[in-house]
Design a protein. Structure first.
Length: 313
């Protein structure tokens, strides 16, 4: 085997797992995607992670995680995992991880591949992505200085990003399909007193309009079914997430939304494969819960390898 443990995903759960397995002197490789960054990295301000009284940017927090993991000897590569298969090396059973450019083997695998933003799946969205349609205010907010933008969604991410956008834009229109936000009360309070933010309730986007860039959106009231158009220069979409689990379809048990089903200890039905963080079916998806998942997965991984080797790591 090339490694004791291979971790797929470089977000908070994967990095925490890497800190724990490397510190336990298990030879560990972390494979991080070069095309799908962890959601935490794209978060402007994380203010509910313990120990940071004034909050910390997601990029800075993940950089600290990575530096700590490297200190314990965690190895990193950037590649895209395409599949996982069973693998035998003499008397030991393990797993083969195929990437776009190379193959690796390990006794155990921790899947921490996270999730990506969902799309609205409306006309104009794909065509105008990168031309006014965005899924990351931290990345693209400065482009819309002194402009008018719309934010689609009513959860924590939508309201956090709407507040962030007010640093640059003249106006933010929050469009939500319900009559009340799902975001945390403290975020709702901040948004409600921000003069740059307005709310359009009980409405969904039915089309994004524009030729070479976003010019307007077409919205429909879900109660009256009345349609109208709103002029705007940008559309920021935050309507939930889809797990990055395509590479394990047919191998692991997934729920109807594609999340990996595990027990409370992050164990899957396949021996030696564990799943943690936003890619697994769970109630709460936050940085702090992802870290707890990662620590649990690493502990389970260590115990599994000890049993494989007759009690000796």
């Amino acid at each position: 085997m090339n490694y004791d443990v291979i971790i797929i995903g470089g977000g908070p759960s994967g990095l925490t797992a890497g800190i724990y397995t490397s510190r336990a002197r298990l030879k560990t490789l972390l494979i991080e995607s070069f095309s799908i960054p962890p959601q935490a990295v794209l978060t402007d301000l994380i203010e509910n992670y313990p120990g940071f009284v004034d909050g910390i940017s997601g990029f800075e927090l993940m950089d600290k995680f990575k530096t700590q993991a490297e200190r314990f000897g965690l190895e990193f590569i950037a590649s895209q995992v395409t599949g996982i298969k069973e693998y035998k090396d003499n008397s030991l059973s393990g797993w083969r991880i195929d990437t776009e450019d190379k193959t690796y083997t390990a006794l155990s695998v921790i899947i921490a591949s996270g999730a990506r933003p969902k799309k609205l799946a409306v006309p104009g969205e794909d065509r105008l992505t990168g031309k006014g349609v965005s899924y990351c205010a931290t990345c693209d907010g400065p482009i819309f200085k002194d402009k008018i933008v719309s934010v689609i969604g009513g959860g924590d991410s939508a309201i956090e990003e709407a507040l962030f956008l007010t640093k640059f834009v003249n106006k933010v229109m929050v469009i939500h399909r319900r009559s009340a936000l799902r975001a945390a009360k403290i975020l709702e309070e901040r948004a409600s007193i921000n003069k740059k933010i307005s709310f359009i309730w009980d409405s969904v986007v039915s089309e994004i309009l524009g030729d070479t860039k976003v010019k307007a959106i077409k919205i429909k009231n879900v109660k009256t079914e009345k349609e109208s158009e709103l002029n705007c220069d940008g559309v920021f979409i935050f309507v939930g997430y889809a797990p990055n689990t395509d590479f394990v379809k047919g191998l692991l048990e997934l729920d109807e939304n594609g999340y990996i089903i595990t027990d409370e200890d992050t164990d899957t039905l396949k021996p030696g494969i564990f799943a943690c963080g936003d890619c697994r079916k769970k109630l709460l998806r936050q940085v702090v819960t992802a870290c707890g998942d990662g620590a649990t997965a690493a502990f389970m991984c260590r115990r599994y390898i000890e049993e494989l080797r007759g009690g000796v790591v």
